[in-house]
Each structure stands twice: as C-alpha cells, then as structure tokens.
Design a protein around this ligand. Structure first.
Ligand code: ADP
Ligand code: GLC
Length: 482
C-alpha cells in the first residue's frame, strides 16, 4: 500500500515533541513490511534542510482566500530516513525557524494543507491512504471530500491520529475564506461549538480516527477540551493504538548522543558513567539517586507542581536525592524552577531549553524519570527511560497507565501514583529513595524494564490492518451529532 503521512513534525527534520518522534519512525517500520510510506511536512528553516540534498519534484500555485502563493515540493535525495521525505516550501509562510508559535499559524498550516492536497490532486495515480496527524493536518479529510476543486480525490481513505486533543487549532468563522471553495451545505463538518475546529472536522470527516493509547481513547470521552460528545458520537470509527519507540535511534548500546554505551548486562556500570557526567556538569552528588524530568513545562505535564513537589521532598524526606530538570514552557514555571537553584546543596539543577543530546544522556544516566502528567495521550519518555534502565515515576493516566506497572504489583517495574498533586508526587519520591537503597531490587527491576518490548512491531501491524479495512470501500457519508 502507498501511505502518505502528513504532519507538522518529523524527527530528525523538525521536532517539538513526541509527534515528531512518531512520524519519524512509524513510516520507516511500515516500509520494512513492504509498504510504501511517505512523509510530507512543511519546509522549516532547519539544520536538516541545510545539511541534506534535495530534488524539486513539483511546483504549483494556489491560494488561501485572496492570497495567492507559489509552493514547491522538494524530496530528500537519499531516503536516509527509511522513507521518502517531502517538504512543502511556501516562501514567507513556512520557512521559519520554529515549528509553532507564530501569530499566523492558522494561515501557515491552512496553506500547508491546501498545498499538499493541491499537489496530490495532480498525481496520475491515487495513494491508498492519507494519514494525517493532529489538528495542523485535520482539515485535509474535509478538503478532499467537500472542496469542489479537489472532489476527484474524495475516494482516498483518510486516517486521523489524535496525538493530543488539548490542541484543536480552532479559528473563527471569519477565517472560512482561507479554505478553497467548498460545499456550504457541509458547514457543520467544519464547525464545533460556533467556530471552525480542524481537529473536530478531522474527527467528523476522516474514515478512521485513532489515538495513541487505549486508555487515552477512553479518557477523551470524559475529558478532551470540549470534544467529549463528538468522540462519544463517533466512537464506532475510533481506536487506540499504542505508540512504539524507534529502537534504532533509542538504543543504549549504540545511541549516537552519548559515549558510555551499555546493554542489559552492563547497565549498572554504563549508567554510572553517564550519571557521573551529569553530576559533574550540573554540580550534583553522584551518591544520591538522580531523579530527572524531561519535557514541556506546561500544565498537561504537571510541570507547574514540580517546584512545590521538589521543595516539599527536601523538607519532608530530607536531602536524600538529586533533581535535574530539562525543559522549557511557561515563563512562570521556568522562573520558579530557576529560583530553586539558589537553595541547591549539590542536589538540584535545571536546564531551561531544548537539548536533544542532553535528553539522551539524562535517560541513560538517571535513576528515575518523573512524569506527573495531568494528560498523557501516550508519552514516549517513560518508554525511552525504561529501555535505558531508568525507573519511570508516572501518574496513572493515558499511555502511562498502559505502559507502566507499579513495582509493588506482580512483575511490576515502575512507581505509579493516582494524582498530579504535590502529596502524591512526594510520596512517589519517598518510594524512589527507598527503592534506590535496595540495590538488589533496583537491579532486578532495571533488568525487567530493559527487556520489555516497546518497539513498533505490533502497532505497525495494527495500523496496516486498519488501512486494509478501508481498501476498495466507498467513502462514508458523514452525519452530525444532534
Ligand atoms: P509530548 O509530545 O507531549 O511533549 P512525549 O512524551 O510524547 O510528549 O514526547 C516528548 C519528546 O520530546 C521526547 O522525545 C522527549 O525526550 C523530548 N523532549 C521534550 N522536551 C525536551 C527538551 N527540553 N529537550 C530535549 N528533548 C525534549
Ligand atoms: C503528544 C502527546 C504525547 C504522545 C505524543 C506522540 O504530544 O502529548 O503523550 O506521546 O503526542 O503521540
């Protein structure tokens, strides 16, 4: 089958979070099974763009409203990522340094989606599936079904994967002019609660909808930033497929971001060397357990309660552990984490920013990884941590619930707590210190975690059978909840 993934992110080209990791890996493993999976994404100004060679494969001209623009599709020449990678260049709109965060993101991602469809509309054949990811590509199923210019594509099956329902790309109806002329009887397929909602539109118009863990699928029906009723209504076409991790990139025996490689057998010594490097660099005490946090400093990740949880742990448990935080996000959280540095007694440090190499070293050198997420559709960090012999300390939610078993349970290996609350996190930290002091148990748990299989193997097969179900079928006519 020929599968076209359309996404705002793809590692190593451009990544802001787990979406990039998933789109950088899933197509590669689909190709290994003999399919032809391709990725189309915006051409940002990235190192990857500068350091690689490209062929121009198509030049086109289209518009969002009365803004006409030229777009160019370029393809990476060597297929070095294990799949065909296409970038959409739109001068002035997409060629920026960051992926998101601009005032005109609505125009940028609408222009991106229109260009992708415009390009596919001139192909001599049709792909078997268009697989779109998150709200930045959520309008594509609507565009190919209901925009007059592209209706000859309406029979191409579409899949929407929701990586995070918190973000929906909502725009006012005043922006409806950005879309190519469409059948106005179908306005209800764009609308959710009085605005154009690209994620909701994707849920309504895509043939199948997936999300990245079974638990998150259930949770979304209870809490998904206003989409609960819609997801309940569309439950028949929704399924949860757990993400895998790219075991070629995330392998402690070969990881290209640090030197002291290790396997299950040599984990104790290997991890100790990376831990020492971290402790030397960040002025921490190598003899205490090292608890790290890696991620976006936002409410979803529970980052706002980290400062209180860290100071309470020092106060109630004593200075028996180190904390090292890597992340960026809300300025207030960054400021609070920075100010904790003043109280550090060789047991706390923070790095504000994004640093891929440091993150790998932290997965390798840490003893524990803290994830007090309020919402976690899948979460990749905990899986990376486990493969690197680092015990995850997670809140029981979404993909964390589906991948981590508390070490108190049979064959367990992690620390699991119920609430993203200071008390629960602090109690988890107390359990971590306790576990660390039982070196035999710690070694046993480490081995158990490192042997778990979080590869893409089974999830890729689930995606393929989902695509198979849609093959040679007629598109379904959408209906709307009352
Ligand atoms: P999300 O996509 O919600 O941010 P995930 O757990 O799916 O969460 O994926 C996060 C990815 O981003 C992981 O690969 C993690 O290592 C990486 N990451 C997050 N913040 C940083 C950072 N500040 N520096 C380096 N890597 C980061
Ligand atoms: C999102 C989610 C995260 C998930 C990632 C990849 O960013 O927040 O939980 O792992 O997408 O699917």
């Amino acid at each position: 089958m020929e599968i076209i993934h359309v996404s705002a992110e793809c590692y190593p080209v451009a990544k802001a979070g787990g979406l990039g990791d998933v789109v950088g890996a899933l197509p590669k493993y689909q190709n290994e099974l003999g399919h032809i999976a391709k990725v189309v994404m915006p051409m940002y100004k990235t190192k990857f763009l500068m350091n690689n060679a490209w062929d121009v494969v198509h030049k086109g001209r289209t518009n969002i409203g009365d803004y006409w623009f030229d777009y160019t599709i370029i393809k990476e020449q060597t297929n070095k990522l294990g799949f065909d990678l296409y970038l959409v260049d739109i001068n002035g709109l997409l060629d920026r340094e960051k992926v998101y965060g601009y005032d005109d993101d609505t125009e940028r991602f609408t222009a991106f989606q229109v260009s992708v469809v415009d390009w596919i509309s001139v192909w001599v054949h049709k792909p078997d599936v268009i697989h779109v990811h998150d709200h930045h590509t959520g309008l594509i199923p609507f565009i190919i079904k209901h925009c007059y210019k592209y209706q000859h594509l309406h029979s191409i099956p579409t899949v929407l994967t929701i990586h995070n329902a918190q973000y929906q790309g909502t725009m006012g109806w005043d922006k409806s002019y950005l879309l190519p002329p469409w059948d106005s009887w179908k306005w209800g397929l764009l609308d959710w609660k009085g605005a154009i909602n690209p994620l909701a539109s994707g849920i309504k118009c895509a043939w199948k909808v997936t999300t990245v863990s079974k638990s998150y699928l259930e949770e979304m029906r209870q809490s998904s930033n206003g989409l609960e009723d819609l997801l309940e209504y569309e439950r028949g076409k929704c399924s949860g497929i757990l993400n895998g991790i790219d075991v070629d990139v995330w392998d402690p025996a070969t990881d290209s971001y640090f030197e002291d490689h290790f396997t299950v057998k040599t984990a104790a010594e290997g991890k100790a060397k990376s831990k020492k490097k971290l402790c030397d660099t960040f002025d921490l005490d190598v003899n205490k357990p090292l608890i790290v946090f890696i991620g976006r400093l936002v409410g979803e990740k529970g980052a706002d309660i980290l400062p209180a949880a860290i100071s309470d742990s020092f106060y109630y448990i004593g200075r028996k552990m180190n904390f090292l935080i890597l992340g960026s996000g809300f300025p207030e959280v960054e400021a609070q984490l920075n100010s904790l540095q003043r109280l550090a007694q060789k047991d706390y440090s923070v790095y504000i920013g994004y640093n891929e190499a440091l993150s790998h070293l932290m997965y390798a050198g840490a003893d524990f990884l803290l994830m007090p997420s309020r919402v976690e559709p899948c979460g990749l960090n905990q899986m990376y941590a486990m493969r690197y012999g680092t015990v995850p300390m997670v809140r029981r939610t979404g993909g964390l619930r589906d991948t981590v078993i508390d070490y108190g349970e049979k064959n367990g290996y992690g620390i699991v707590y119920n609430w993203a609350a200071v008390g629960d996190i602090t109690q988890g930290i107390w359990r971590a210190v306790d576990l660390y002091n039982d070196s035999e148990r710690m070694a046993e748990i480490r081995e158990r975690m490192m042997l778990l299989d979080f590869s893409w193997q089974s999830s890729v097969l689930q995606y393929i059978s989902l695509y198979e179900e849609m093959r040679h079928k007629e598109p379904v006519t959408e209906s709307l909840p009352e």
